[in-house]
Write a protein that binds this ligand. Structure first.
Ligand code: LLP
Length: 433
C-alpha cells in the first residue's frame, strides 16, 4: 500500500515516525489515537508556503473542529496559525493555545448571546450568518461599549463533488447569506453603531478533491467584493474557507496538493483584487488537510468470527471514529503486527458498539487476522477524536503524540468514573437505594 512519508513498515511492523505502532499499543493500551508532530508541522508549512508563494498577505486559520487537541493547536499557534472556531469552547482553546485574537474568526450558524458576548469580550472577529445575529451582536457590543469587526458568511450557491452531508456552499445549505441578500446585509451592518463590516467569509464544503469549485468560489468572492466595496465597505480580509481533501484510498484516489490548489485559486483572487484596487488579507481555513493523515487509530482485535462473512471484532468503533458510519467514508486499515504479510482473506472490521452500522472497514483483503492483533486505521486525524462520543458508556480513549524518539500522552483516556461523575441523583430519588 502507498504510505505517506511518516508511516513505514519495519521488520513486519507498522511504524509512525520512529515508533512501532505495536509497541505504542502495548505501552499505552488500545484503543489509541497516535499523531506524528513532524507530519503536522510539515503539512502546515506546505500549505502556508503554497499560498504565500503567490501573495505574502495570507493568514492560515486552522479549523479547530478537525482536531481540537490543545497540543495540536499549540503547535500550529507557534507556527503562526490563526483559528476558525465554531463555538465558545473552541474559542477558549484557541486563546489558551496562544493564538492572538486578531487571528481568530468566530464562525457558526447558530450562536447564542453568550457566544457573541464572549467574542466581544475576547476581541475576536465574528462571521455573521443571519440578520438576527447582526442585530444581537450590535446590542451585545453596544452594552460592552465596543465596536466589533465582522464578516458575513456568503453562500456562493455552488455544487461541490463531495458527500452531501459535508457540502456547505449549496444554495439549499443552512449556512450563509444567499446572494440576493448580501448587499442588504452589508448595508445593515454599516448602519450599526457597534459593528463594523471589514471582511467576507465562505466555506463551500469538505473533502473536495477537485480544484475547480475553489477557483469558482474565488471568482464569486471577488465579484461580491466589488459589490460590497461600492457600498463603502473597506475590506480587510477575504476568507475563502477550507475544504481541500486528502486521498483516503491510498491506491486509487488522487488529491490536489496545496501547491495545485494555490496555483488554481491565487491567479483568480489576485486578478480580482487588483481590478478592484484593494489589498485585503487572504484568509483560508484548512482543517483536514493539515491533520488528516498525521494520525492513526490503533485498535486491538478481540475476536475473529466467520458468519456470512469474516468479521474482525476490534475494540474501537464508531464511538471513536464515526466517519465510516456517518458518511460511508473509507479509511485504509493495516494489521500493524503483520504489516508486510501477504493478504489472505477478506475481512470486515467491526467495532464493539451495539449497532449494525458499527463498521470501520468493509471487505478488506488482509493477512490472516487473529485475536490480539493490532489494527491501524489510517488517516484518522481529522474529525476522528473530535467527533468521538461516549455511546454505550464507553470512555473515550487516550491520544498520544510522537515526536522524534519521544512519545507522550496529549489527552488521557477517560474512565467510566469520569462518565458517571457528570450524572446526579435526583432529589426525589434520594431515598431509593
Ligand atoms: N471552515 C469552516 C467554516 C468549516 O465549517 C469547516 C469544516 C472548515 C473550515 C474546515 O474544513 P476542512 O478543511 O477540514 O475540509 N465531519 C466531516 C467534515 C465536516 C466539516 C465541517 N466544517 C468529515 O468527517 O468529513
Amino acid at each position: 500500500m502507498n504510505l505517506p512519508g511518516h508511516l513505514t513498515v519495519r521488520d513486519g511492523h507498522l511504524y509512525i515516525g520512529q515508533h512501532d505502532c505495536v509497541a505504542l499499543a502495548n505501552e499505552y493500551g488500545t484503543p489509541l489515537y497516535v499523531t506524528d508532530e513532524e507530519r503536522l508541522r510539515s503539512n502546515f508549512t506546505r500549505y502556508d508556503e503554497a499560498l504565500k508563494k503567490h501573495y505574502s498577505d495570507v493568514q492560515l486559520l486552522y479549523a479547530a473542529k478537525a482536531n481540537g487537541n490543545l497540543a495540536i493547536l499549540r503547535i500550529f499557534s507557534s507556527m503562526g496559525a490563526g483559528a476558525d472556531v465554531f463555538s465558545s469552547g473552541e474559542l477558549h482553546m484557541a486563546l489558551l493555545a496562544g493564538i492572538p485574537p486578531e487571528k481568530i474568526l468566530f464562525n457558526g450558524s447558530s450562536k447564542t448571546k453568550e457566544d457573541l458576548a464572549l467574542a466581544v469580550e475576547k476581541n475576536v472577529r465574528v462571521s455573521l450568518d443571519s440578520f438576527d445575529e447582526l442585530r444581537q451582536l450590535n446590542e451585545v457590543a453596544g452594552e460592552a461599549k465596543k465596536v466589533v469587526e465582522v464578516s458575513f458568511r456568503i453562500n456562493p450557491a455552488i455544487d461541490v463533488p463531495t458527500h452531501p452531508k459535508i457540502a456547505t456552499g449549496l444554495a439549499t445549505s443552512k449556512f450563509g447569506i444567499p446572494a440576493g441578500q448580501i448587499k442588504d446585509a452589508y448595508r445593515a451592518a454599516l448602519e450599526c453603531d457597534n459593528v463594523e463590516p471589514v471582511g467576507m467569509h465562505c466555506h463551500i464544503g469538505s473533502q473536495i478533491l477537485d480544484v475547480e469549485p475553489f477557483t469558482k468560489t474565488a471568482e464569486i468572492m471577488v465579484k461580491v467584493a466589488g459589490e460590497i466595496k461600492e457600498l463603502g465597505v473597506k475590506l480587510d480580509f477575504i476568507d475563502i474557507g477550507g475544504g481541500l481533501g486528502i486521498p483516503y484510498r491510498h491506491e486509487t484516489e488522487a488529491a490536489p496538493s496545496p501547491d495545485q490548489y494555490a496555483d488554481a485559486i491565487m491567479p483568480v483572487f489576485l486578478k480580482g483584487i487588483q481590478k478592484l484596487g484593494i489589498k485585503p488579507q487572504l484568509w483560508v481555513e484548512p482543517g483536514r488537510n493539515l491533520v488528516g493523515d498525521t494520525t492513526v487509530l490503533l485498535t486491538r482485535v478481540n475476536s475473529v468470527k466467520t458468519a456470512h462473512k469474516k468479521f474482525v471484532n476490534v475494540d474501537a468503533g464508531f464511538n471513536l471514529l464515526i466517519r465510516p458510519a456517518m458518511y460511508d467514508s473509507y479509511h485504509e486499515v493495516i494489521v500493524a503486527n503483520k504489516a508486510d504479510a501477504e493478504a489472505e482473506c477478506v475481512y470486515t472490521v467491526t467495532g464493539p458498539i451495539c449497532e449494525t452500522g458499527d463498521i470501520l472497514a468493509s471487505d478488506r483483503n488482509l493477512p490472516k487476522v487473529e485475536d490480539g492483533d493490532v489494527i491501524a486505521v489510517l488517516d484518522a486525524g481529522a474529525y476522528g477524536y473530535s467527533m468521538a462520543s461516549q455511546y454505550n458508556c464507553r470512555p473515550r480513549c487516550p491520544e498520544v503524540m510522537v515526536f522524534g524518539d519521544r512519545s507522550g500522552v496529549m489527552r488521557r483516556g477517560e474512565s467510566v468514573i469520569d462518565i458517571l461523575n457528570t450524572m446526579k441523583k435526583l432529589p426525589w430519588h434520594e431515598s431509593n437505594k
